[in-house]
Design a protein around this ligand. Structure first.
Ligand SMILES: [Ca+2]
Length: 182
């Protein structure tokens, strides 16, 4: 009986812990969400998605195939690249005004690139600064990347940018969210 009581107590504590962790993870409002759609668009020009993107280069392609986001090997924005970061870029503007917030996105690297990778940058008014990157990428399944917005990033016209310079193999960006606590 004691053992059963202990087990029930443990389960309740574990549930409370999981609930608190989940609540903290979702703290705020989703102010920007990009799943890169459900269809194939080659090349991606920036207008076929939930948000408007400024696209540099003609290699970004949409590979939404009706599968769940960040699964499989081609359900997001797929790109080859040239080896030069400024040749292949995606930019968008986010209303990130609030007291705190974060951005998360998923990246898959299909095959070992000979060189290069990607960067994630933000511009809160003083020019783009790299916040996350995998500049010498290795092959990997979808991985989630997380950046906590700094105080100066919490503005109504925060610019975000992804750059790609992996070559010659492909990588995929998918499921971007920006969550802000107002
Ligand atoms: Ca997707």
């Amino acid at each position: 009986m004691k053992n059963a009581t202990f087990k029930i107590g443990f389960l309740i504590l574990a549930s409370v812990f999981i609930f608190i962790c989940t609540a903290q993870g979702q703290d705020g409002t989703i102010v920007f969400k990009e799943t890169f759609g459900q269809s194939e668009v080659k090349p991606f020009t920036g207008a076929e998605t939930e948000n408007t993107w400024t696209v540099t280069g003609d290699s970004p392609e949409l590979r939404g195939q009706g599968e769940a986001d960040h699964t499989g090997d081609g359900v997001g924005m797929e790109t080859k690249s040239t080896g030069t970061l400024t040749d292949t870029m995606l930019e968008a503007t986010v209303d990130a005004k609030g007291s705190s917030g974060y951005i998360e996105f998923w990246v898959l690297v299909m095959d070992p690139p000979e060189s290069g990778g990607w960067t994630f940058q933000v511009d809160s008014g003083g020019g783009y600064v790299t916040k996350l990157s995998e500049e010498t990428a290795s092959q990997h399944e979808y991985q989630k990347y997380h950046y906590d917005l700094e105080k100066k990033d919490l503005i109504s016209n925060l610019k975000i940018r992804f750059q790609f310079n992996h070559t010659p193999e492909r990588m995929v960006l998918d499921d971007i969210v920006v969550v802000v606590k107002k």
